[in-house]
Design a protein around this ligand. Structure first.
Ligand SMILES: Cc1cc2nc3c(=O)[nH]c(=O)nc-3n(C[C@H](O)[C@H](O)[C@H](O)COP(=O)(O)OP(=O)(O)OC[C@H]3O[C@@H](n4cnc5c(N)ncnc54)[C@H](O)[C@@H]3O)c2cc1C
Length: 337
């Protein structure tokens, strides 16, 4: 049987402490008070992490070390793994429809998982499940919710009062509208312009929240929570539990960890990539190789590459590709976004 130890390893909370607490995981700060985690919540997490169970199921030691711990994202957000089912061996076991673990050797498993990933034999990856608790600004949640293949429970702003927490971009993320890409940014704002924009964002958020409180006030209008919230800006934080299987998670990550995704959702995807790496290292490696760092070409793009490989000089004009498709091909060949 597998013994699952919680305890106070990386990021654990010594009794009676909290404010100083933070730990580096994969170059990232995890379990830090001040990221929207109160002392009470930190103690609840500590209690979960100090529990120990015995199980006959497979466990992923990498993910066990991370379980329940918030990974800090943006100014008040986080991602934390609440639960999971399966590991690399579960993918192999399903692919082989095996009575045992399905595992033959680590090399054999790695080769099989890489084969499944390359050939989009996707169902074995659906045998692994993961559940996250995510705290994120509403404008990020709006993009995230487009991924329909997950189960979600969001905090109810009809039932509870939202916290005074808004996403205010860090100065180096305050950038001008790109003139090349309608969905992108260009150079970073500086000096008075940056100061002015930050002031607007903070003042508007603060004023809107002040009015929210005023409308809710039982001594005053005592407006219903479901109505008082309608004035709040998109930068306010919400929270949800988000459960999906590994196949759908990887689909989410390939789209949202991509440089074309908005920075504010990309940082969540990057944090989740770390959890996937810890959970199913072989599947992660195959995913990076085949999807994240791999590329898809159209028939015409592939034809242009074939001509280049034969030594022919191919230009956009002679390739038969549109300017956009030519640029996309160049980006793949030169390894740039
Ligand atoms: C960089 C970027 C920019 C974007 N810009 C915009 C934008 O400007 N406007 C906008 O509206 N959206 C935009 N989107 C959202 C995008 O169009 C998708 O809705 C989102 O990425 C979810 O993708 P998905 O449908 O593949 O994922 P999921 O909903 O997770 O679905 C996974 C897969 O399940 C299948 N599936 C799920 N539901 C159905 C269904 N009803 N019918 C058929 N197949 C289904 C499909 O194969 C799908 O690929 C953008 C996304 C990205 C990454």
């Amino acid at each position: 049987m597998n013994s699952i130890e919680g305890g106070l390893q990386p990021g654990g909370l010594p009794p009676g402490h909290g404010a100083w607490l933070s730990v580096e995981f994969a170059g990232r700060l995890v379990y830090a008070l001040g990221m929207g985690i109160t002392q009470e919540q930190a103690q609840e997490i500590e209690a979960q992490r100090s529990r120990s169970e015995t199980t006959r199921r497979v466990v992923s030691p990498g993910l066990e070390a991370l379980l329940y711990e918030p990974i800090e994202v943006l100014d008040h957000g986080f991602v934390r793994v609440i639960d999971y089912l399966g590991d690399d061996s579960a993918i192999v076991q399903a692919a082989r429809v095996s009575y045992g673990t399905g595992t033959r050797s680590v090399r054999g498993d790695a080769a099989l998982i890489a084969y499944l990933m390359r050939h989009r034999h996707t169902t074995p990856f659906e045998m692994c499940e993961i559940k996250y608790h995510v705290k994120l600004p509403v404008f990020v949640a709006r993009q995230w919710i487009r991924h329909r293949t997950a189960s979600i429970n969001e905090v109810s702003a009809r039932y509870s009062i939202l916290d005074r927490e808004f996403h205010i971009p860090a100065p180096d993320n305050l950038a001008r509208q790109s003139t090349q890409n309608r969905q992108g940014r260009s150079d970073v704002l500086e000096g008075d312009e940056a100061v002015k924009v930050l002031e607007i964002l903070k003042d508007d958020a603060s004023r809107a929240y002040g009015h929210y409180e005023e409308m809710l006030d039982g001594e005053g209008p005592g407006l219903a929570r479901e109505l008082a919230r309608i004035n709040l800006p998109l930068g306010i934080y919400t929270q949800w539990y988000w459960k999906t299987n590994l196949h759908n998670l990887l689909h989410f990550l390939v789209l949202r960890a991509d440089p074309h995704a908005q920075y504010e959702i990309r940082v969540y995807a990057e944090a989740m990539l770390e959890t996937v790496k810890a959970w199913v290292p072989l599947a992660y490696e195959a995913f990076v190789e085949c999807r994240l760092d791999g590329a898809e070409l159209t028939a015409k793009q592939l034809a242009a590459v074939r001509r280049m490989v034969k030594g022919e000089t191919v230009t956009q004009e002679t390739s038969g590709l549109s300017r956009r498709m030519w640029e996309e091909l160049q980006a793949v060949l030169e390894s740039r976004p």
